[in-house]
Design a protein around this ligand. Structure first.
Ligand SMILES: [Zn+2]
Length: 257
């Protein structure tokens, strides 16, 4: 995989910086990026979708939406309309997202990571304020994707500081939590939120009591659930069955490598 996005023809043909950036990043993605799920070597630009940049793997049918910019991605990313986003999450219909940061200085991809579709849950979508009455689309409500609320296991790194990870490693990380793909949105949200809490503990081993400390936080995210503690235990069991955790002893857990 080459990280260079430079293309002389594109630079000669176009003048606007944003247009050049869009075409170069799309071209690079189409030419160099492989499918992180099945490692099929090419992703095809979806011709039916003109609004957003969409790619598809014609081997496993996974869809990918590309977000590319010349600045690092911080804790939140502006996305489209709020309610359609929530609807597509409820219907397990969101695409996978890829976040690509490139440089105008050396024309290289600096960083690139994927968020698999099964990590898109209502907990990571923030409702924005409706547009003001003066705006052309007055009342329209957009959303932010809260990257900071996605557990690290849900960020599949492909390129970091211009260095790319081995394809097999990318695929292994992708597959590690793909058992979530079969679950409905409510269940996925719980798993993802619990993984986030585990990560915040910042320990290889932790106890059930430490997880119970997140009860308030979780009850705000899941206001209709009045049995947070049993729910926490259930998620930990699912993560054990999924091979993410190991039960050490009663009430003690280890994160598997
Ligand atoms: Zn594929």
């Amino acid at each position: 995989m080459k990280t260079i996005i430079y293309n002389k023809n594109v630079l000669e043909k176009y003048h606007s910086k944003s247009q050049i950036a869009r075409i170069l990043s799309e071209n690079w993605f189409e030419k160099e990026m492989y499918c992180p799920n099945c490692l099929h070597e090419e992703l095809i630009k979806n011709p039916n979708n003109t609004k957003v940049t969409d790619f598809v793997c014609d081997y496993c049918n996974n869809e990918f939406q590309l977000k590319a910019q010349s600045k690092p991605f911080y804790s939140k990313v502006v996305d489209g309309a709020f309610y359609p986003m929530i609807n597509s999450i409820q219907q397990n219909a969101t695409p996978n997202f890829s976040f690509m940061e490139y440089s105008f200085e050396n024309w290289k991809v600096q960083n690139l990571f994927f968020i698999p579709k099964f990590f898109f849950t209502p907990s990571i979508i923030e409702k924005r304020k409706p547009l003001s009455t003066n705006a052309r689309r007055s009342g329209w409500i957009g959303c932010n994707v809260l990257l900071s609320k996605i557990p690290e296991l849900g960020k599949i790194k492909v390129i970091e500081n211009e260095m790319h990870f081995p394809e097999k490693e990318v695929q292994r990380n992708w597959k590690r939590l793909s058992f979530m793909d079969k679950e409905h949105a409510g269940k996925r949200a719980w798993l993802s939120d619990i993984l986030y809490c585990i990560q915040q503990l910042n320990k290889k081993e932790f106890t059930l009591d430490e997880m119970y400390n997140w009860e308030d936080y979780l009850s705000k995210l899941h206001p209709k659930n009045y049995n947070i503690k049993p729910k926490i235990r259930q998620q930990l069991q699912m993560l054990r069955d999924g091979g993410i955790l190991e039960f050490k002893s009663r009430g003690a857990y280890i994160i598997k490598k």
